[in-house]
Design a protein around this ligand. Sequence first.
Ligand code: SF4
Ligand code: SF4
Length: 149
Amino acid sequence: MSKTKETLCLTFPPEVSGQPVVCNLVRINDLDFNILKARISPKQEGQMTLEIIGDRKQCRAGMRYLKELGVKITPVAQKIQRIEDSCVHCGLCTALCPTKALRMDLNSREVLFLREKCSACGLCTSLCPVRAMVLETENGIWEAIAEGA
Ligand code: SF4
Ligand code: SF4
């Protein structure tokens, strides 16, 4: 059966902090995984960008498992935005973007933002000179923030 890859932004409630949630998630549902970003806020809420790899049924079961534990799952596309009017297509971000979600169109000389490839790592938000790439913070505010801030 062919494998699929889902990139998820996860918010862990304080109640599950200290529990091996990701470990159990991949073990119970027989998934492969890749942690792209993780941090804990002062409120002890954990944030993680996680790739899970498996067939569709396994991925769906994994997401159900997370929801049952109270983990909030947000699609990556809702976490990173480009302010189109601000982008000057300088191309700086294309050198840094690890997933090639930002890439130069050689015909138009414009930088494309391919949301479906974005892992929400946040690197572009700290690099962009005009702050065109913005990340949704814990307060629901869109802003350019430094990686690891
Ligand atoms: S670094 Fe900013 S302004 Fe330059 S292409 Fe990327 S998003 Fe646009
Ligand atoms: S957050 Fe920016 S640098 Fe990171 S994958 Fe998405 S577009 Fe690329």
